[in-house]
Design a protein around this ligand. Structure first.
Ligand code: MZP
Length: 368
């Protein structure tokens, strides 16, 4: 039998964000003229930021705050269907202050919101389909026969497009798109094992860092001739604005953020004070804490023994501020990158960006 796919003499190299650098490009615009907006399924996001459907990140308050800043909140699924519906309804009832030109609005002028669902939870998907603007399948590894079948059912019953993920390979994207149908897919969400609270790769050795995953999706969609039709969402491990810039340069249209939004006042995580500093509790959906509710158990593989393997951890992240302040910081820093590489829009980033790999970290000389 021929052995393929695990050659150590010609391995595929994975890159961490910290290993990459963007080369300066020819800039023609002032930062004020740079546009970070992106259109996605009829929605006009002023910033390409989506909040993760996690129970320490996105409930109604964070989704409202992010929506007002032009990003998309995705409410989590570690709750009953009624509770998820109530979160979506609360977002839709929120008032948009007069004169707010940045808010992400649906066609009725309400704040747009997404929701996470298991591909196997048809009841949840059907109940939420009418309440939210977009459904996101929310599983650790989407490339799975049962999950693809479940997603097909959801699409059939709701008649709506869906964001699929997470995926990590070119083959996974091509196969999933062919199975589900390109017309039914709103976006592909890429990255596995890279989340800041994720220990999947430590436990199993399996993963697809977002740098690799996004590029794999871009290669897959290019091969399918769908690069301009199906957007890519980069998810997991994005900690700094430069990581957002790298993701968009590699081919993503939007980024999903967990850790960075968990740090906001509006996130549902508990606030604790330690040595005079304030922190928010943030945990993975595969952590023992999240799994206490059992509702996210099917995000991961279930061996039917009642006890699952921990694939996430709990941590404390510094409380950074309100969502509007965090979005303002991230989008301003993103504009700095766009200015330096000479990209006028998010869409243009992937065309003009020249990404190089660092061989050694440049040392800073001096003391602060
Ligand atoms: P980060 O922004 O904290 O680095 O990553 C957030 C992403 O991690 C989520 O959007 C989700 O895809 C993933 N996640 C959530 N829970 C776990 C886990 O418990 C996980 N392993 O990997």
């Amino acid at each position: 039998m021929e052995i393929i796919g695990h050659r150590l003499d010609t391995p595929q190299r994975l890159y961490a964000f910290g290993e990459l650098m963007l080369l300066p490009g020819y800039a023609t615009l002032s930062p004020r003229e740079i546009d970070t907006s992106i259109s996605f399924e009829g929605l006009n996001l002023k910033v390409p930021f989506i909040s993760a459907p996690m129970d320490t990140v996105t409930e109604a308050d964070l989704a409202i705050a992010l929506g007002l800043e032009g990003g998309l909140g995705v409410v989590h699924r570690n709750c009953s269907v009624d509770e998820a519906v109530a979160m979506a309804e609360k977002v839709k009832k929120a008032q948009i202050p007069e004169g707010n030109a940045t808010a992400l609005k649906d066609k009725n002028g309400h704040i747009a919101v997404g929701a996470g669902t298991s591909p196997l939870d048809i009841d949840r998907a059907v109940a939420l389909a009418e309440k939210v603007d977009l459904l996101f399948t929310d599983v650790a590894s989407f490339h799975n026969a049962k999950l693809i079948e479940g997603t097909k059912k959801i699409v059939k019953m709701t008649g709506k497009k869906i964001v699929i993920g997470n995926l990590g390979t070119k083959e996974g994207v091509i196969h999933s798109v062919k199975e589900i149908g390109k017309e039914n897919i709103a976006a592909v969400k890429m990255g596995m094992g890279g989340g800041s609270i994720c220990i999947t790769t430590d436990v199993s050795g399996v993963g697809s860092p977002v740098t690799f995953g996004v590029e794999q999706a871009a290669l897959a969609l290019k091969e399918l001739g769908l690069l301009d039709e199906i957007p890519i969402i980069a998810d997991g491990g994005i900690r700094y604005s430069r990581d957002i810039a790298f993701s968009l340069s590699l081919g993503a249209s939007m980024v999903m953020l967990g850790n960075l939004f968990a740090r906001c006042e509006e996130s549902p995580g508990e606030t604790i004070t330690k040595d005079g500093n304030r922190y928010k509790v943030y945990w993975g959906m595969g952590s023992a804490e999240a799994r206490k509710k059992r509702l996210v158990a099917d995000r991961y593989q279930d061996f039917g023994r009642g006890k699952q393997v921990d694939e996430g951890i709990k941590m404390h992240v510094p409380l950074e501020g309100r969502v509007d302040e965090v979005v303002e910081r991230l989008s301003s820093e993103l504009k700095v990158t766009m200015g330096y590489i000479g990209a006028r829009s998010v869409k243009e980033m992937k065309n003009v960006a020249r990404i190089v790999v660092k061989t050694a970290t440049q040392e800073k000389v001096g003391i602060q």
